[in-house]
Design a protein around this ligand. Structure first.
Ligand code: SF4
Length: 295
């Protein structure tokens, strides 16, 4: 399993979004009017840490570029932006972001087809813009710039049956660094819509492990308990929020989710507990504990 001594800094980089995702962890209301604000100033002692500009949609904040400038000036070890990718469909904007000093752009795409993705984002045409933006980022990136392009997808009941297609689509794109599949987080709208959207971890793993060949080295899963993921998904491909992140900026519910995990009887003495951290209480209420066992 992958661990790091230094916590990454997750900076709330915008107070708005142009998507309306059914599982959004950044907003708990239906109308995107949560009381939240983007970070104004960065930690001046980065100590070589990674900073991730995320939440809600960083590219909608005109101050994103000054924030990236500040992160460069302060000497952060790496600078990432997580985006729904729609602004990257504008080639000038995409080129500007690629040249801004970022180390990695992570584009969120939840389906290989428009019907799936748009039903999740709630915005007709969002798939076309996101795919266009991802394509621009891969095409406009200069190899000399060393900016890496990654993707992530949140697994839920609306895309579970189509995950194999999405994984194949991602693997067909040349030049992606990481392909990350998240479990659904019981926070914000993910909590409100949990009953309709959640899937068992074992279903998620089965949907992703589609053949007996070697696991692709750049495909990773985020916050799926190790004892369910492994051995079909290698432990080295499993990552967790626990102990790895520190939030800056105000509002949103992502900051609280790590405290929502419970250590089961099975977790006591489990070699994976220090990174896995157990199971979300909300998950246990829905599905019970039968999938989990000590490693
Ligand atoms: S037994 Fe608990 S700590 Fe160990 S991998 Fe499973 S859920 Fe995580």
């Amino acid at each position: 399993m992958k661990t790091s001594d230094k916590k990454a800094v997750y900076a709330i980089a915008s107070d708005r979004c142009n998507n309306n995702c059914v599982f959004c962890t950044d907003f708990s209301s239906a109308d995107l009017r949560d009381n939240r604000s983007a970070v104004e100033k960065l930690d001046s002692r980065p100590g070589g840490r990674r900073i991730v500009f995320t939440a809600a949609e960083p590219t909608l904040n005109p101050k994103l570029f000054p924030l990236i400038d500040e992160a460069v000036r302060l000497g952060y070890g790496s600078i990432a932006v997580i985006t729904n990718g729609r602004m990257l469909a504008y080639r000038d904007y995409c080129a500007r972001l690629l040249a801004s000093g970022v180390s990695e752009i992570i584009v969120s795409l939840h389906g290989a087809r428009p019907q799936i993705h748009d039903s999740i984002t709630g915005v007709a045409g969002s798939w076309a813009q996101t795919v266009g933006g991802l394509s621009n980022a891969l095409a406009l990136r200069s190899p000399a710039s060393k900016v890496e392009i990654s993707v992530n997808a949140t697994v839920n009941a609306l895309n579970l049956a189509h995950l194999a297609d999405l994984k194949s689509y991602f693997l067909s794109l040349r030049g992606l660094k990481n392909i990350v599949f998240h479990g659904l987080l019981p926070a914000g709208r993910g909590r409100i819509n949990w009953r309709h959207l959640s899937v068992r971890y074992s279903q998620l793993v089965s949907a992703l492990v589609t053949d007996s060949g070697p696991w692709p080295v750049n495909v990773r899963v985020w916050d799926v308990p190790l004892c369910v993921a492994a051995p079909r998904i290698p432990e080295t491909a499993c990552e967790f929020a626990l102990n790895k992140t520190e939030m800056i900026g105000a509002g949103g519910s992502f900051a609280d989710i790590r405290s929502g995990k419970t250590g089961l009887a099975q977790c006591r003495g489990c070699s994976g507990f220090s990174v896995c951290g157990g199971v979300y209480s909300r998950y246990l209420k829905t599905y019970g504990a039968s999938e989990f066992h000590a490693l």
